[in-house]
Write a protein that binds this ligand. Structure first.
Ligand code: CMP
Length: 140
């Protein structure tokens, strides 16, 4: 069993794609352990993306992720990280396969509709960033 975090980013929330994106997850049979809407603070976005701190796009990424409401969703399932990355598609929507979330909804590499954890370890850490582990465990 793995945990993974999805963030529905400001562009997809603004464009009213929350429902369609959640239906991708339900069809995939993930167990949803937490889901809420919030507006990230500058500090939260900086900490969440700290791994990209040295990348040239970091400042713009933080500013973009704080520009509007997001929906954070904690998921659990067999092989959840890889399965979610498959339905999300490549980071750059131009490279995202037909039928993936980013192929359908992303506007650009920055406004790319969703974030998904990229490893099992990050899945554990990123879900715990937004949800209390005891709350998630109670919903398994
Ligand atoms: P995400 O999965 O949220 O992880 C980091 C984000 O940085 C990524 O999706 C992109 O939206 C954003 N980003 C912006 N520019 C780039 C880039 N050149 N390469 C990778 N990610 C980028």
């Amino acid at each position: 069993m793995e945990r993974t975090l999805m963030i529905i980013k400001p562009d997809a929330v603004q464009n009213r794609h929350i429902g369609e994106i959640v239906s991708f997850l339900e069809k995939e049979d993930f167990n949803i352990l937490g889901m809420r809407m919030l507006r990230l603070t500058q500090g939260q976005a900086q900490d969440f993306y700290a791994i990209h701190k040295e990348r040239p796009f970091y400042k713009d990424l933080v500013s973009y992720m704080t520009s509007g409401k997001v929906v954070v969703i904690a998921l659990e399932g067999e092989n959840a990280v890889a399965r979610m990355r498959e339905i999300i598609g490549a980071t750059n929507p131009k490279e995202a396969a037909e039928g993936t979330i980013r192929n359908k909804f992303a506007e650009s590499i920055e406004a790319n509709a969703v974030h998904g954890s990229d490893s099992a370890e990050n899945g554990v850490n990123e879900t715990a960033f937004y949800f209390a582990v005891s709350d998630m465990n109670a919903l398994r």
